[in-house]
Design a protein around this ligand. Structure first.
Ligand SMILES: O=C(O)CCC(=O)C(=O)O
Ligand SMILES: [Fe+2]
Length: 380
């Protein structure tokens, strides 16, 4: 089986920093097969040990990834009624703008509103696409609500998303190599660039109320090997609860988060974040939060549920959260989620199962997994 041995994984999952991987051998076709294999091995080690890694040498122009964050910032400064022209809802196929507090994280016994506003986009799909036998038509299929109030942002975003699609496919090629699968394993109907049901969120995180900022001083910073203080994974004590119209309980927790603890749904997430604000944090096996501090020129990547299933649990998605630690500045980020094809049936790969490691997960249609998650994400 490729990669480190189980005891090394256990030690690795207590990570106190996130690996930085130069993927240029995957981007530059002229580089040797050996160089690609080395990057593949590093990617697999990072996926097995940490579930998070930075990529450098990705070939994306600085102007592209910085420029789009700047345009996003400008769009979020528009008046609320203008942003609400592209408001999200079931009638918009869950695509568009969600105001501050519309996105929620669910915990046992309730949910908490996340302290951010965002635009949600997905691969565009005809809402009349016939559903496979025994399935409903997807409520998510439809056109995007592009931020057309700022044309430069819309056109820049379209180009940016194409760039991320290519980058996601490139990184997955490296992961396939590292897993000793055919290099094009994820291409075509599984998760090729034309088929991948990508998701993107353009997010604006205003400064948080003070309690949350105090909490954020505790994690271990990336690059600093000293162990950070353990922060309980249990939601902080309730400060009371109220019921919304749907009968769900909104927990008034003592601490507000920019984005609550969760792991991602698909294959690979590529986060473009502004320099200078630490906010994204990954949880290690000891329950410590490790900051994914911005590294200029690098994207932060993390893996999702579908890689867990395909790898038969060799890879585990790492829980993460966002706390904008700057009391005075808001933060903008664009996570891009590279996902399988909507109709892809994801199941443990025979190559990664054995008598000792029988298949751990049932086969799942990716679209079903996504719908189960997305339809629970809002209190609109
Ligand atoms: O904004 C970020 O840094 C990451 C957000 C995130 O984890 C998500 O949207 O799934
Ligand atoms: Fe996430």
């Amino acid at each position: 089986m490729p990669g480190p041995k189980p005891d090394e994984i256990e030690a690795g999952r207590a990570f106190t920093s996130l690996p930085v991987i130069n993927i240029s051998p995957l981007v530059d076709k002229a580089q040797s097969a050996l160089a690609k294999a080395q990057v593949g091995a590093e990617l697999v080690k990072a996926c097995r040990n940490v579930g998070f890694f930075y990529v450098t040498g990705h070939g994306v122009e600085e102007e592209t990834y910085r420029g789009i964050l700047q345009l996003a910032r400008t769009w979020f400064q528009l008046p609320e009624e203008v942003k609400k022209q592209i408001d999200i809802g079931p009638h918009t196929h869950f695509r568009g703008y969600q105001a501050l507090g519309a996105n929620v994280t669910r915990y046992d016994g309730g949910f908490q509103r996340d302290w951010h506003e965002a635009i949600d986009l997905y691969k565009e799909a005809d809402p009349d696409t016939p559903a496979p036998a025994g399935k409903q038509k997807s409520p998510i299929h439809g056109p995007n609500q592009w931020p057309s109030q700022l044309p430069a942002f819309e056109s820049g975003l379209r180009r940016y998303l194409d760039t991320m699609l290519q980058l996601g496919s490139t990184i997955l090629r490296g992961i396939a190599i590292g897993l000793e699968l055919p290099e094009d394993f994820f291409e075509g109907n599984r998760a090729g660039v034309d088929m991948a049901y990508w998701v993107a969120r353009v997010i604006h995180y205003p400064p948080l109320p003070k309690q949350a900022v105090d909490l954020s001083s505790q994690p271990t910073s990336n690059g600093n090997a000293a162990a950070g203080e353990a922060v309980s994974s249990r939601p902080p004590e309730d400060g009371g609860a109220c019921r919304d119209e749907s009968g769900l309980t909104e927990i008034a927790r003592s601490v507000q988060l920019s984005c609550g603890e969760h792991s991602d749904y698909g294959l690979l997430t590529i986060v473009n974040q502004e320099d200078g604000i630490s906010a994204l944090q990954a949880k290690n096996s000891k329950g410590q939060w490790v900051s994914a501090d911005p590294i200029p020129g690098a994207f932060v990547c993390n893996i999702g549920d579908m890689l867990k299933v395909w790898s038969n649990g060799l890879f585990q998605p790492t829980v993460h959260r966002v706390i904008n630690s700057d009391p005075a500045k808001s933060r903008v980020s664009i996570p891009f989620f590279y996902e399988p094809a909507y109709e892809a049936v994801v199941e443990p790969l025979p190559q990664l199962c054995s008598a000792d490691r029988p298949p751990r997960y049932a086969a799942i249609r990716y679209g079903d997994h996504l719908e189960g998650k997305v339809l629970n994400n809002f209190e609109l």
